[in-house]
Design a protein around this ligand. Structure first.
Ligand code: IMP
Length: 197
C-alpha cells in the first residue's frame, strides 16, 4: 500500500501498538509508539472519554514528532457493583491477580453477574484539538473461578455467554474482533481512513 497515515499512540505499553497494528492491517493507517519517556498523564477524568482525551493531549504535548495522536482508556464495569471498578480498573488493586480476587470477593453470593468492558478512544491533532472520539463495549458475565490463559487483566473471569468462553479463552484474533477495544478501534480506523490525509 502507498504511504500510510501515521498515528502516534499515547501509551507506555508497546504491546498496545502491536495490537492496534494487527487490527489496522488492511487499512491505510499505521500506529507508531510515542517516542518519549516522560509520558505521565494525570488521569483525573470522571469518564473513560475524559481520560482518553487527557492521555491523547498529553501524548501530543510531550511527543517530538507526529501529526495525529491517539489514546485509549478502558475498564470493566460490573452491574452488581454499580459500575465499579470502571475508570479505576487498573488501580483497583496492586496486581492483576489481586484485582481479580478482590472483585470475586466483593461479588460473593451475588446472583447478579452481568458486566461489560468499555473502551474509549480519543484522537487529537498536532495542536491538541480533539478530532474524533469512539467508544466500544462488550457484554458478559463475571464467573466465580478463572478460566483460560490468554489475554490480560480481568479476562479470565469475563465470560462471553453465547460462546461459553472467557475472554482469556479466545484467540487474539477472536478477541480483537469482538472486544471493546477492537470494536472502538475498528470504527476509529474507518473514520480516520475517510477523514484524514
Ligand atoms: P488502561 O489500559 O490504562 O485504560 O487500563 C485499563 C484497565 O482495565 C487494565 O489495566 C485492566 O485491568 C482493565 N482492562 C481493560 N481492557 C481489558 C481487557 O481487554 N481485558 C481485561 N482487562 C481489561
Amino acid at each position: 500500500m502507498e504511504n500510510k497515515i501515521q498515528i502516534v499512540v499515547g501509551t507506555s505499553n508497546p504491546h498496545k501498538v502491536e495490537e492496534f497494528n494487527e487490527i489496522a492491517q488492511n487499512s491505510n493507517i499505521e500506529f507508531i509508539p510515542l517516542d518519549c519517556k516522560n509520558f505521565e498523564p494525570d488521569e483525573n477524568g470522571k469518564t473513560f472519554e475524559e481520560n482518553a482525551e487527557i492521555k491523547a493531549k498529553e501524548a501530543c504535548r510531550v511527543s517530538n514528532f507526529g501529526k495525529y495522536f491517539l489514546a485509549d482508556d478502558s475498564g470493566l464495569c460490573v452491574d452488581f457493583l454499580n459500575g465499579a471498578p470502571g475508570i479505576h480498573s487498573a488501580r483497583y488493586e496492586k496486581t492483576p491477580e489481586r484485582r481479580i480476587n478482590k472483585l470475586l470477593s466483593e461479588m460473593k453470593n451475588s446472583d447478579k453477574r452481568s458486566a461489560h468492558f468499555v473502551c474509549a478512544l480519543c484522537l487529537v491533532d498536532e495542536n491538541g484539538k480533539v478530532l474524533h472520539i469512539e467508544k466500544g463495549k462488550v457484554y458478559g458475565e463475571i464467573i466465580e473461578e478463572t478460566r483460560g490463559n490468554g489475554g490480560f487483566g480481568y479476562d479470565p473471569i469475563f465470560l462471553i455467554k453465547n460462546l461459553n468462553k472467557t475472554m482469556a479463552e479466545l484467540t487474539r484474533h477472536e478477541k480483537n474482533t469482538l472486544s471493546h477495544r477492537g470494536q472502538a478501534l475498528k470504527h476509529m480506523i474507518e473514520w480516520m481512513s475517510n477523514s484524514l490525509n
